[in-house]
Write a protein that binds this ligand. Structure first.
Ligand code: GRF
Length: 209
């Protein structure tokens, strides 16, 4: 059974998709051992509690020393003995020490087709505003491994979503979540739990075997 920790910061719709697909059996051989947030008010924590999942939250604001905060976050995660960390709507800076310790075992969902509309400043609604501003005809979402650079690690899955006439950033964000994020993040977790995801020369190979 693969044990996962899910990092959240906001509404938790991606977390809910993971919870629902574990319940439905679409995600196999996986249990959520911990939902962690840097924001104690994140509604995602309520979703976890409603599902009977252990939650922890810790804000950096409580610490004068950032390093002390990051050490504490690592300690919390280590205590749950997880195989994979899933960043799901997570707006928290992931410290290099966590990336190093869990290299190749942290994944993130980004609401665009990386390498478009990603990197510093590209999160949440801004991503969709920029996509509409640029006039792209297709956008989507990406699940990738996390490394020290923002939105930079090997890409696991992507799913395209067409821009529609009259799209606003809000309408587009919702469609990307519904049609892409909530599909490929659970799928990526299921593939990893099944041992079907390998990284070779910094590229992801998915074996159907
Ligand atoms: C989503 O667009 C996700 O891609 C981004 O944060 C937004 C909210 O995610 N990272 P959630 O509802 O908290 O899962």
């Amino acid at each position: 059974m693969m044990r996962i920790a899910v990092f959240v910061s906001g509404g938790g719709t991606n977390l809910q998709a993971i919870i629902d697909k574990i319940t439905s059996g679409e995600i196999k051989n996986t249990e959520i051992a911990l939902v962690f947030s840097n924001n104690k008010s994140a509604y995602a924590l309520e979703r976890a509690k409603a599902a009977g999942i252990e939650t922890r939250s810790l804000s950096a604001k409580k610490f004068n020393d950032r390093d002390e905060y990051y050490d504490r976050v690592v300690e919390i995660v280590d205590a749950y003995d997880v195989d994979l960390i899933v960043l799901a709507g997570c707006l928290m800076y992931i410290p290099p020490r966590l990336i190093e310790k869990y290299r190749g075992r942290i994944i993130n969902i980004h609401p665009s087709l990386i390498p478009s509309f990603c990197g510093k400043g590209y999160y949440g609604l801004t991503v969709h505003e920029k996509a509409l501003e640029r006039g792209v005809k297709v956008t989507g979402a990406t699940v990738h491994f996390v490394d020290e650079k923002l939105d930079n690690g090997p890409i696991i899955l992507q799913k395209a979503v067409e821009i529609q006439e009259g799209d606003t950033p809000e309408l587009l964000q919702r469609r990307v979540m519904e049609q892409a994020e909530w599909v490929i993040l659970p799928k990526a977790i299921d593939l990893i739990a099944a041992g079907k995801v390998k990284i070779c020369e910094n590229k992801v190979i998915i074996t159907e075997a």
